[in-house]
Design a protein around this ligand. Sequence first.
Ligand code: ADP
Length: 224
Amino acid sequence: MIYSILFHLEGGFIIQLTIRQTNILEIIQTLGPITGSKIAEKLSLSRAALRSDLAILTMSKLVNAKPKVGYYFTGRDLQKLNTMSFDSILIADTLSLPIVVKENTTVYDAIVTLFTEDVGTIFVVSEDNFLEGAISRKDLLKAAMGGKNNNELPVNIIMTRMPKIILTTPEESVLSAAQKLLFHQVDALPVVKTLKVGETTKYQVIGRFTKTNITRLFVQLAES
Ligand code: ADP
């Protein structure tokens, strides 16, 4: 089965095959050369419905088309490409160090941390180092514009707090964590280790996963 294969195309794109594209590829591999109409017949679809899928497979050079002959498999190394899949890479392989401050840190000091650590999101932890919240660039900007005394205002007043924080773990796939970033419209996720403290679940922040990690992976995959 060849689900979820990522392809690095010549132009620098990375695409992920859909299940239907994977099915088409399997048909071409086993029956090719085969015409578009025959593939459509096998999948009970119209020829037009397959056009874009066949274009993707041809662009990715997995499949070639010869007039009057049909589509055939080029023999591109699927095994090798499969290892480049975002869903086979885990957060543990790519996480960055977390930048955390204690909940009583002032907004002013958090802004300084933002600059000195060169990050966009800071995670806030309790005195005993468990995750309490997150503060973004815009949270700090808003506080700075608010005219309050940022030398005294603690970050826990302005942070987004648990249980609203979207988390990831070292075992999660990069694809699934990236989907969380998009879906929840945030720039960073804390990578956590879950601990049971009595009846409650607590989270230790052991890393961060951000859009920068995805960009780095994208470039590494494109260059590999
Ligand atoms: P910015 O606000 O600088 O655009 P984000 O889009 O990451 O940065 O943050 C948007 C809001 O979501 C902010 O109020 C921030 O406190 C909050 N936030 C940031 N990271 C998370 C997260 N992992 N889970 C939940 N909320 C978050």
